[in-house]
Write a protein that binds this ligand. Structure first.
Ligand SMILES: *Cc1c(COP(=O)(O)O)cnc(C)c1O
Length: 224
């Protein structure tokens, strides 16, 4: 894509986000995190050039490499993948803006300990496996409330801001909608929760209509 084509393509996606958010309500603001795992630093730079500021990676090594390469740009980096405990130091070296994917108490405790040692804090979301899928990490809907409160209490270095979920893996919109509605309902009951991160290229409009205020868009943004 030429820069102009890319700009037009991006504008069309923003317009779709805009329409979906207005269907939710006038005051509903949605943030786009560009999931840049499919592309190199050059492509991130060209999306940055047309106004995108938040980028998310799902592998710690890629986050480290790309953020170093793009060090001169004030990019807001997100980590959206499953985090292994042995990668925590590496992740923290980047000082990411937001970690989307706390999926166990062990991980929360390990993060808190490391943050304590480094005298840092980290904004984070707790991941919900709202469609009960084997292949996904995260807490189940019936345990999330208790675990969230426990992390709030036991891990003061983690600044919990809400939840992240991946929509049900099916073509059936009623099932996907149900998984988003489950996440949204839980989000509303959690203290200090302001971020509801759900919606990807294939389902972001539905996610926004169900109350998402942060969408993670990858393939749709970077496709040729
Ligand atoms: C890759 C990825 C996305 C974006 O997926 P697309 O379907 O390409 O938009 C969103 N969230 C997570 C956690 C991802 O790993």
């Amino acid at each position: 894509m030429t820069p102009l084509e890319q700009k037009l393509h991006f504008d069309r996606i923003i317009e779709r986000v805009e329409k979906a958010r207005l269907r939710m309500n006038d005051h509903h603001i949605v943030k786009i995190v560009a999931a840049s795992k499919y592309v190199d630093a050059e492509a991130i730079k060209s999306l940055y050039a047309i106004g995108q500021r938040a980028f998310g990676e799902n592998k710690v090594q890629d986050l480290v490499t790309k953020s170093e390469t793009l060090d001169e740009l004030p990019i807001e980096w997100h980590f959206i993948g499953t985090l292994q405990k042995n990668k925590i130091n590496h992740l923290l070296s980047v000082r990411p803006h937001l970690l989307h994917s706390i999926d166990s108490l062990e991980l929360a405790h390990a993060l808190n300990e490391r943050l304590e040692r480094e005298d840092m804090t980290l904004r984070a979301l707790v991941q919900i496996n709202s469609a009960y899928e084997e292949s996904k990490s995260g807490f189940f809907p019936e345990e999330i409330h208790e675990k969230y409160l426990q992390i709030l209490e036991e891990c003061p270095r983690l600044q919990l801001q809400g939840v992240m979920s991946i929509g049900a893996h099916t073509e059936e919109p009623t099932i996907v909608r149900k998984s988003f509605e489950t996440t949204r309902r839980i989000f509303e009951t959690l203290p200090k929760a302001t971020v509801c991160s759900m919606g990807m290229s294939g389902d972001f409009e539905l996610a926004i209509e169900c109350g998402s205020n942060m969408v993670r868009l990858g393939s749709i943004l970077f496709q040729k």
